[in-house]
Design a protein around this ligand. Structure first.
Ligand code: C5P
Length: 240
């Protein structure tokens, strides 16, 4: 396909139109933000690593029967994807307590959730991404009851696949954020990205984070951690 003009720009990615109305190009930028965009930086190669990691995860999920937006990664940094009608919900799954849930509720950092917790936040910078419940989702008209249960089912499935995938690579998956959309036939597919920007990933040997928490804490070594994740989960030739 031929890549045309911009369709949408987010905090870390651009979505571009192509000459095929069903296909978009997703460009992973080196921009990184935290705390609703309060903390910002540009880290060389961050987009590169997030794109190759996301592509690999989408491939693993498709192989496990999870429908995603992913089509191909013709070059690192730029992914071809099915155009989706995105649902403005940040679907967060938590296996281990960390981050905002420990600040907002009396949970202990590192405590395991069995079964895992699914939390849905309204994706709205203007409103500060407030937590949703099913009644609010229905009242907002952003998803139907059937879509909510399909999203929950898919999220648990994705968790089963990814916990096992990362475990085999020496990585613990405490939590992650997903976004879903509808394809042209109305089917729910996983969209956006799955990367160290959107997941907590802990090195199994050291217990140290290999994800955006390094940036959130203002520490060095963000890109080298992301490169490490890429090396741990990809076959060698993919990271070069
Ligand atoms: O900040 P919090 O602890 O709620 O984040 C839970 C998970 O969701 C983390 O993996 C975080 O990276 C991800 N997340 C995200 N985008 C947001 C909020 C959270 O990717 N806007």
């Amino acid at each position: 396909v031929k890549i045309d003009g911009p369709l949408y720009s987010g905090k870390a990615k651009d979505v571009l139109m192509t000459d095929d109305p069903e296909i978009v190009a997703v460009r992973f930028r080196d921009d990184i933000t935290a705390g609703d965009g309060e903390k910002k930086d540009t880290l060389e190669m961050k987009g590169y690593y997030n794109s190759v990691i996301s592509a690999k995860i989408f491939e693993v999920l498709e192989e496990a029967g999870v429908p995603t937006q992913y089509l191909e990664l013709p070059e690192p940094g730029c992914m071809l994807a099915r155009k989706l009608d995105m649902i403005p919900i940040e679907v967060i799954l938590r296996n281990i307590a960390a981050g905002s849930i420990v600040r907002r509720f009396p949970f202990t950092e590192g405590q395991e959730f069995r079964p895992p917790i699914i939390q849905m936040d309204y994706k709205s910078d203007e409103h500060g991404d407030p937590m949703l419940n099913e009644d609010i989702i229905l009242a907002l008209g952003i998803a139907t009851r059937d879509e909510i249960s399909e999203i929950r089912r898919m999220t648990f499935k994705i968790n089963d696949v990814l916990v096992e995938f990362f475990r085999e690579k020496g990585i613990i998956l405490p939590d992650f954020k997903l976004e879903f959309g509808r394809d042209s036939s109305g089917r729910i597919r996983l969209g956006d990205e799955v990367s160290p920007d959107t997941c907590r990933l802990w090195d199994m040997e050291t217990g140290k984070p290999l994800d955006k928490d390094i940036f959130r804490r203002g520490e060095e070594g963000v890109v080298s951690a992301y490169r490490r994740v890429a090396e741990m989960i990809l076959d060698r030739e993919d990271t070069e």
